[in-house]
Design a binder for this molecule. Structure first.
Ligand SMILES: [Zn+2]
Length: 81
């Protein structure tokens, strides 16, 4: 999976992962610690979050191409540890 460098203001602990909703194809960011999802990035900041625990859709890891298409390639973390 691919992580983002965008500041995670919610819990301050987890990494933000780029994921894709399987039903709508929408890209969003999800914190791997508190499972908060973020669909909006405005001026490099996260928009309103939602609880991504047990959503009514399934998600998969986003690809670099999809992240680029969403205009967020600048925030891809290079150190994938
Ligand atoms: Zn979190």
């Amino acid at each position: 999976m691919i992580h983002s460098t965008i500041e995670r203001r919610n819990c301050g602990q987890g990494l933000l992962e780029f994921v894709i909703r399987m039903d709508s194809g929408e890209l969003y960011l999800e914190c791997d610690e508190c499972l908060t999802g973020f669909t909006e990035v405005v001026d490099g900041q996260l928009g309103r979050g939602f609880l991504a625990i047990g959503p009514e859709w399934t998600a998969r890891d986003a690809t670099v191409e999809e992240i680029s298409a969403a205009g967020l390639a600048w925030s891809i973390r290079e150190d994938r540890t």
